[in-house]
Design a protein around this ligand. Structure first.
Ligand code: G1P
Length: 288
């Protein structure tokens, strides 16, 4: 069975919900505490054993490329000033040369189109997709949990969690079949249904392990919800062709594409940190 070695990071979105912060800066570079969202996603992928990181970028996203490269000037300055700890935090997570690939989505046509742009870089093997907006705080990184279960179930796996019924129109929603609490058989999928049309309140969260067959469907470039080429729509024809599961991951997920979700992530991640937790707790108390 093929191993999951490659991951796609769609980072071509406009980030309109975070303007003006995202006017000249990609939304994926917004920091939670002191680390950009995209770095959390990359670290999660690497902790899951991913070897090839494929970024689907867009206009004005060069800071992402710079972030995953050496900064000779900065490193040199830190070195001459003897700031070894800071230097180590810059270097320890830098992907080895050749492990990162970039391709550009020339127009923001949707998540499905972004994934399709990486088809030749992925080739004919299973791959992961990580959406940096979905930040997950967990003991075992979410993608690692999915990759650990993959040999048992194979096929396609999407991270899943229950959301309030009123929020179904923000997500891809599963029509669940057999359900053992952790793994849910996927019978159907619908992108952003209205609450009264949703088959359940079990939502797709931005972690996927997919078979390359999805590219055959993305090739058709059919527009779906919101006039965009949706990834969800190309997953539907895979159901029944091979196993397809939703995976209820362990951990807390923050919607960092939303202002309040992003704010909550700052609090949760600061409280979690050994160096900041006690002081952060004092601050939170003052406001409650
Ligand atoms: C995307 C997917 C959606 C999924 C969501 C998870 O939507 O299209 O199916 O539920 O991510 O965050 P977006 O948030 O890009 O609108």
């Amino acid at each position: 069975m093929a191993r999951v070695r490659k991951a796609i990071f769609p980072v071509g979105g406009l980030g309109t919900r975070f303007l003006p912060a995202t006017k000249a800066m990609p939304k994926e570079m917004l920091p939670v505490v002191d680390k950009p969202l995209i770095q959390y996603a990359v670290e999660e992928a690497r902790a899951a054993g991913i070897e090839q990181l494929i970024f689907v970028t867009g206009r004005d996203k060069t800071t992402i490329e710079d972030h995953f490269d050496h900064s000779f000037e900065l490193e040199n300055t830190l070195e001459t000033r003897g700031k070894t700890a800071e230097l180590a935090t810059l270097r320890e997570w830098l992907p080895p040369p050749g492990d990162v690939a970039y391709t550009r989505q020339q127009a923001p046509l949707g998540l499905g189109h972004a994934v399709w742009c990486a088809r030749d870089l992925v080739g004919n093997e299973p791959f992961a997709v990580l959406l940096a907006d979905d930040l997950i705080l967990s003991k075992t990184p979410c993608l690692k949990q999915m990759i650990d279960i993959y040999p048992e179930v194979r096929g396609n796996i999407v991270a899943a969690m229950e959301v309030p019924k009123a929020h179904t129109s923000r997500y891809g929603i599963l029509s669940p079949g057999r359900d053992d609490g952790r793994l849910v058989q996927v019978r159907g999928l619908v992108e952003k249904p209205k609450p009264d049309e949703a088959p359940s309140n079990l939502a797709v969260i931005g972690r996927y392990i997919l078979e390359p067959a999805v590219f055959d469907h993305l090739d058709k470039k059919k527009k779906g919800a919101g006039g965009e080429i949706q990834l969800t729509d190309s997953l539907i024809p895979l159901i029944g062709q091979s196993p397809f599961h939703g995976y209820r991951f362990e951990g807390q997920r923050f919607d960092c594409g939303d202002k309040i979700g992003f704010f909550e992530a700052q609090i949760a991640f600061a409280l979690e940190r050994a160096d900041l937790g006690p002081a952060a707790r004092e601050v939170v108390k003052r406001y409650s």
